[in-house]
Ligand binder design. Structure first.
Ligand SMILES: Nc1ncnc2c1ncn2[C@@H]1O[C@H](COP(=O)(O)OP(=O)(O)OP(=O)(O)O)[C@@H](O)[C@H]1O
Length: 442
């Protein structure tokens, strides 16, 4: 019976969740604050953590990070309000297994919990699904990306893939590998955001038995495991300075030295790295080695944000609907016209990952062939539907446009009101009044 730790400050809601999970056969411990959650994590072993994001004495991210420091961290599911989707996406970069938006739907919760418990514990190196499970897209920006991939793939250049979270950077790396001379050798992906210090060292370069407490036997590093193939370093900006040095050596001299060993092992590996933020800023701040940056950045690719991909959005929707139908045994065919409109107007700050989650949830909740707006997270359709005036009412039309523009901007900047006001070229107070007027306040 799996043990779950639930950290949620809303007492009624946590009681409902606790009872629901217990009925499903899980053992549940509950905490209402970060401090108590930390104590429980330290003194117990849990197979899963279910964390609210906003807690009275901090955020769920603190608990997530504390868990990531463990040898075998349990999977973590974050629960957030719709406005915090950006944060949830950040949590996934820090190693969370998944997120669900509130109000929590019991079927969805159960689905994610079951998936998390079946899933192997992160961090892990993955040989991710074949690129055939992916689609390219028809938008000019997607075609351009595809051309660049075709151009750089056959060379042995290191590639730096930049892009917002969830834009498919791993997909880009995988496609490069599959179009390269190395296609028959392994493609190994590792999320550097989810590993730290000694673990990163031993994951990447290996270790000898006894090199540190807990090193019970020799372990091959991922560089060796990827011999002849491609190593994908996601979130490369998170590597410590010490590991950056070792990585530079591996790239320049083509040798690695496992922890506790004096021997240098030759490696022939192409490295593709990915970053969310502008790595050049980390270089300027002294957090990332400049020499390594240039070594990784022999060729730079930009993974485009979903909101810049036009009609590709609906190609992805069809693709994710088919995937979800197969996984959940549903027969959904399409979106209702109203849902299409909501999707078109939404800013998708979490990009493809967010779209995939929203579609999967909607498919789960749709027993018929067409997804209706009720199957979307409530706040998504409440916020996204701007009523349009029927007749030639200019003032009403202007207001509808204004509401829509404010919404889009808010979504793009993940509800940061100061940033939104700046972009909209109005002051915060005016923005606030307009949010009130259009019923857009949280
Ligand atoms: N071209 C594609 N076709 C279909 N699905 C895709 C495509 N690109 C990405 N996805 C899906 O979108 C999700 C996010 O993709 P991926 O993990 O590659 O993004 P990422 O940019 O590496 O994210 P992060 O910055 O959080 O590491 C995954 O579930 C992936 O399967």
């Amino acid at each position: 019976m799996a043990r779950i730790l639930l950290v949620e400050d809303d007492l009624t809601f946590s009681l409902i969740l606790e009872n629901f999970l217990k009925k499903q056969g899980y053992l549940v411990e509950v905490a209402h604050r970060v401090k108590d959650g930390l104590k429980l994590v330290k003194s117990n072993s849990f197979q899963l953590l279910l964390l609210d994001y906003r807690l009275p004495d901090g955020t769920g991210l603190e608990l997530l990070q504390a868990c990531q420091a463990e040898d075998t961290p349990p999977p973590v599911i974050m629960m957030t309000s719709f406005q915090d989707v950006g944060t949830a996406v950040r949590a996934m970069r820090l190693g969370a297994f998944d997120y669900i938006t509130k109000p929590v739907n019991p079927d969805e919760l159960l689905m994610v919990v079951q998936e998390a418990l079946q899933e192997k514990v992160k961090p892990e190196a993955t040989t991710s699904p074949k690129a055939a499970a992916f689609i390219t897209g028809n938008s000019p920006i997607a075609q351009q990306l595809h051309d660049m991939i075709t151009l750089v793939a056959p060379t042995d250049m290191s590639v730096l893939v930049q892009g917002e979270s969830g834009t498919g950077k791993e997909y880009v790396a995988r496609t490069i590998h599959e179009h390269s001379k190395r296609a028959q050798a392994p493609f190994i992906a590792i999320d550097c955001g989810a590993i730290s210090g000694e673990i990163a060292n031993s994951e990447l370069f290996g270790h000898l038995k006894g090199a540190f407490t807990g090193a019970m036997q020799d372990k091959k590093g991922l560089f060796e495991a990827a011999q002849g193939g491609t190593l994908f370093l996601d979130e490369v900006g998170n590597l410590s300075y010490e590991i950056q040095m070792k990585l530079l050596r591996a790239l320049q001299e083509r040798v690695v030295q496992p922890l506790g060993s004096t021997a240098s092992i030759p490696v022939d590996v192409r490295v593709i790295a990915a970053t969310n933020d502008d790595l050049i800023n980390s270089v300027k701040n002294g957090d990332f080695r400049e020499d390594l940056y240039h070594r990784l950045n022999e060729f730079k690719l930009q993974a485009p944000a979903l909101r810049t991909r036009g009609q590709d959005l609906f190609l992805f929707v069809d693709h994710f609907i088919s995937q979800a139908n197969a996984e959940l045994d549903r027969h959904v065919q399409s979106l209702s016209p109203e849902v299409r409109e909501i999707f078109r107007n939404y800013g998708w700050p979490g990009n493809l990952r967010e779209l995939k989650n929203v579609v999967k949830r909607a498919v789960l909740l749709t027993p018929t062939e067409e997804i209706q707006k009720q199957a979307l997270p409530e706040e998504m359709y409440q916020l996204a539907t701007t009523p349009r005036p029927e007749g030639p009412d200019l003032k009403a039309m202007q207001e509808a446009n204004e509401r829509e523009l404010i919404l889009k901007t808010l979504q793009e900047v993940r509800y940061n009101k100061s940033k939104a006001a700046r972009l909209l070229n109005i002051d915060r107070k005016t923005l606030y009044l307009k949010l009130q007027k259009y019923n857009l306040l949280e």
